[in-house]
Design a protein around this ligand. Structure first.
Ligand SMILES: C[S@@+](CC[C@H](N)C(=O)[O-])C[C@H]1O[C@@H](n2cnc3c(N)ncnc32)[C@H](O)[C@@H]1O
Length: 279
């Protein structure tokens, strides 16, 4: 008698567990089509303890570095940009390491694939900042000459202290003004982290490619974020016109990581890398 009762209880538990699982699956199938509910569901599913551990993963250095990245992404004017980068120049190189910033590596990797690595090759690093692209070019064995250009003197002073570049031009690039340098001089121009809202306008692709020799390469990135949607649209309009006028041809466009470290749980900044050739 006792064993019959025990068996009955086991069957009841078994069927109840299956029923519960079935209900949860049905709810998941319907709910998980909606991203917001999906996110809420996943977050709620994480225990409070686990969530605390994830939050704690962001160190003080990371919090400060991401705050500086956000500040720069939200600059509103040339005066504002100057203040932000003059301040940021003091810790920019540390923040680059903290956030795992990898766009200079990705752009230089592409550049080494296309540009002749000879002592006479000349590269212009536009928005050179503290000289990250120059550093990576040297690390990857580039033998040629590199010039730096940046609107902010403090950032450029950090670059100068590294003895990587031949010349350091403290000038800005604007769509309606030609860069006050000799046109058609460079085998390549590289521009990392500078084609973005509040920085170089999307129409600056035009002066950028005009600095190139015929057959030279222009390489730059934009961030793959909602914030840059309008910027991307305007930039691609400019590119379409330049392609139509047979000034440039598209070589590559690729989505790559912008920073290797997550800026929030499960989220990494991505960038689109552009490679064009002057015709
Ligand atoms: C995020 S930093 C990138 C620096 C460097 N290329 C790197 O990848 O580390 C952006 C740089 O663009 C410069 N910049 C912003 N607007 C500019 C403009 N219109 N012309 C030239 N440089 C500009 C800023 O002064 C800053 O040094």
């Amino acid at each position: 008698m006792k064993s019959y009762i025990e068996r009955g209880v086991r069957v009841f538990h078994f069927q109840r567990n299956h029923l519960c699982r079935l209900i949860v699956s049905i709810l998941q199938i319907n709910w998980l089509h909606c991203p917001k509910i999906k996110a809420t569901f996943i977050i709620t599913a994480l225990s409070a303890n686990f969530r605390t551990k994830l939050m704690k993963r962001m160190s003080e250095a990371e919090k400060k570095a991401w705050a500086n990245v956000a500040k720069a992404a939200n600059v509103k004017s040339n005066k504002h940009i100057d203040d932000v980068y003059t301040e940021w120049s003091k810790v920019y190189d540390d923040d680059v390491i903290t956030t795992g910033y990898c766009t200079p590596d990705n752009l230089v990797g592409k550049m080494m694939k296309y540009v002749n690595n000879s002592p006479t090759s000349q590269i212009l690093d536009i928005g050179a900042g503290t000289g990250k692209c120059g550093e990576v070019l040297k690390k990857q064995g580039f033998k040629g000459i590199i010039d730096a250009l940046d609107i902010n003197r403090a950032m450029l002073d950090v670059a100068r202290s590294k003895f990587i570049y031949r010349r350091h031009y403290n000038i800005g690039v604007f769509p309606d003004k030609p860069i006050p340098l000799e046109y058609g001089l460079y085998d390549a121009v590289i521009c990392a982290g500078t084609m973005m809202s509040g920085h170089m306008e999307p129409e600056c692709v035009t002066p950028l490619v005009r600095a190139l020799k015929l057959g030279g390469y222009a390489l730059w990135n934009i961030r793959h974020t909602d914030h840059e949607k309008e910027y991307k649209y305007r930039m691609e309009k400019t590119l379409d016109e330049l392609v139509k006028e047979a000034e440039i041809e598209k070589i590559e466009e690729k989505l790559m990581q912008h920073c290797a470290v997550e800026f929030s749980v499960g989220n990494k900044l991505m960038a689109i890398i552009y490679v064009y050739r002057k015709l």
